[in-house]
Design a protein around this ligand. Structure first.
Ligand code: BTN
Length: 235
């Protein structure tokens, strides 16, 4: 197995993504950094990522032929791992893992030359969030009242990521996109995509081979979106 061929484990660290960066020139592809807690966990858009004990905080060093589908592959892997444990989360583009429409995990990819640092955070058994996060974040435990074994879920994520990454490397993009369509919560839904000071609204039609979200705007024009924050309109 490529993913986890080398493992660095910490009981506490600032950020597994930051540690991964310090290993870039010496670690083989597939190296995983895992921590029980992070003191400076990083989220997307320069946000902090709450990372107490009882979550899965990991980073993987990858050198993919094409970076565009790495975070999609990671999201799928987390969904597959949790589905195997009887938990049924879904994906919100580009990289949120939702359970009961609440965020229980996220992916942060950082690109340095030809290397991708793939950071994966899963709020597994967390029982309480700081007040300011309570309305947006949740955990598998809070949503299901099930306490899952962290090591089992971590092993499953590595295994599923190994499969998805092999698919990505062999350029079988269609296979990966089929999986995404299976797990996404967005197909056919009305969304608003915030991109800096611009917001695009429309209905989600599909995902493109390049990982872009294909949406139909109110004037029926079809556009592909590559970045931004996606809000699901109330159903
Ligand atoms: C997001 O904002 O949705 C992405 C969150 C990514 C968090 C993970 S936890 C492991 C890795 N190390 C970090 O500092 N961040 C990522």
């Amino acid at each position: 197995m490529l993913i986890g061929c080398k493992l660095y484990y910490f009981d506490s660290i600032d950020s597994t993504n930051e540690y991964a960066k310090s290993l870039i020139n010496k670690a083989p592809e597939g190296t995983v950094i895992l921590a029980d807690q992070q003191t400076e966990g990083k989220g997307r858009s320069e946000k902090k990522w709450y990372s107490p004990l009882d979550g899965i905080w990991m980073s993987v060093i990858l050198r993919p032929p094409n970076i565009s589908l790495v975070s999609i592959a990671a999201g799928i892997s987390v969904c597959e791992a949790l589905h195997m444990m009887g938990i049924l989360p879904g994906l919100k583009w580009p990289n949120d893992i939702l359970l009961n429409y609440k965020k229980i995990g996220g992916i942060l990819t950082e690109i340095i030359d030809d290397t991708v640092i793939l950071g994966i955070g899963v709020n597994l058994n967390i029982r309480r969030f700081p007040k300011e996060l309570m309305s947006i974040a949740s955990s598998v435990f809070l949503e299901t009242k099930k306490h899952l074994d962290k090591k089992t879920v971590f092993d499953l994520i590595c295994k599923q990521l190994d499969d998805c990454y092999a698919i990505l490397k062999s350029n079988k993009t269609t296979r990966l996109l089929e999986k995404w369509r299976h797990y996404t919560l967005l197909l056919g839904q009305e969304v608003a995509i915030e991109m800096g000071d611009k917001t695009l609204t429309g209905r989600v039609l599909d995902i493109g081979n390049d990982g872009g979200l294909v949406i139909m705007l109110p004037d029926r024009k079809v556009e592909r979106v590559f970045g931004g924050v996606c809000h699901l309109k109330k159903r």
